[in-house]
Design a protein around this ligand. Structure first.
Ligand SMILES: [Zn+2]
Ligand SMILES: [Zn+2]
Length: 284
């Protein structure tokens, strides 16, 4: 067995030519799972040689637009590219609340396009989603499994966005934890207990603190790189991947600033300041 973790998007709402919107692809042998679907996700999946119809499920962390704006593109492209006309509905696993509400209606505004394409190409099906929703809970709770993989979720701290969850993915190859968008909090420590790979959203608070007061609200609900370093040390994760990078690192000096914060926090393990398509392979 092999588990490959690929960052499909290391960006955030700020437009970037280099960085797609938030997303992580986890491939456990032939099982392909996408976590969040930011802008450009479908193109990044193609860079991973993954055709949209090969995706087995999508998991959603929360209803912020930067994490969901690529979902309609993925669903429509998957449907249009299905030449055999025998597509199964795509399972989308989502916490109850606004994120589920969004997913339930994500294709509504595309109905005229869907109907004209369907009639013209003589497809028998509409693009369909199989929604598996769960009540987000404060402890790590199993919410989905297939033969080779078990997935748990836990509420994280992204208020006023509620609920927001992180995910823990367990297979024979090891454990991967995805923080979602959150403050550094005990819930992430619980999600990442014993993890081989922790994918953490990362913001350099020091850089934001010098911005005008009006823009500092983002400090309320993101993860301070200095605290991430301390927490990753405490948890003892092997590999820490920083993504959802704010501010975007453009130069080597910018990248080193992220690294410096994490090392200052005490983490000495493998550290990746993600670029799109960076990947980590786990094998047992
Ligand atoms: Zn975000
Ligand atoms: Zn968010």
């Amino acid at each position: 067995m092999t588990t490959t973790v690929t960052i499909t998007g290391s960006g955030c709402p700020i437009p970037s030519a280099r960085r797609s919107g938030p997303g992580v692809l986890i491939q456990i042998d032939e099982v392909a799972l996408q976590f969040d679907v930011g802008r450009g996700t479908t193109q990044r999946l193609d860079s991973c040689d993954l055709w949209p119809t090969d995706l087995d499920a999508v998991f959603v962390t929360h209803h912020h637009s930067d994490h969901l704006v690529g979902l309609a593109d993925l669903l429509l492209t998957r449907w249009i590219m299905d030449r055999e006309d025998n597509l199964n509905p795509l399972p989308v696993i989502v916490p109850e609340g606004p994120a589920k509400n969004f997913v339930s209606h994500v294709l509504d505004v595309w109905d005229d396009d869907i109907q004209v394409r369907k009639a013209h190409s003589k497809k028998s099906q509409d693009p369909e989603i199989d929604i598996f929703s769960f009540e987000a809970s404060s402890g790590v709770t199993e919410i989905w499994s297939s033969g080779k993989v078990k997935i748990s979720a836990c509420k994280v701290r992204h208020e006023p966005v509620c609920p927001a969850v992180g995910y823990r993915i367990e297979s024979q190859d090891g454990v991967v934890a995805i923080s979602g968008d959150t403050l550094v909090c005990d819930e992430v420590a619980e999600l990442a207990e014993g993890a081989d790979v922790l994918i953490y959203e990362a913001m350099r608070f020091e850089a934001i603190e010098s911005l005008p007061q009006k823009r500092q609200f983002i400090l309320d609900y993101h993860a301070d790189t200095r605290l991430i370093g301390a927490q990753a040390k405490e948890i003892g994760v092997e590999t820490l991947v920083l993504t959802h990078l704010i501010p975007e690192p453009f130069s080597e000096e910018d990248r080193q600033a992220f690294i410096g914060d994490i090392r200052e926090g005490g983490f000495t393990g493998e550290l990746i300041v993600a670029e799109d398509l960076d990947s980590v392979v786990l094998e047992k």
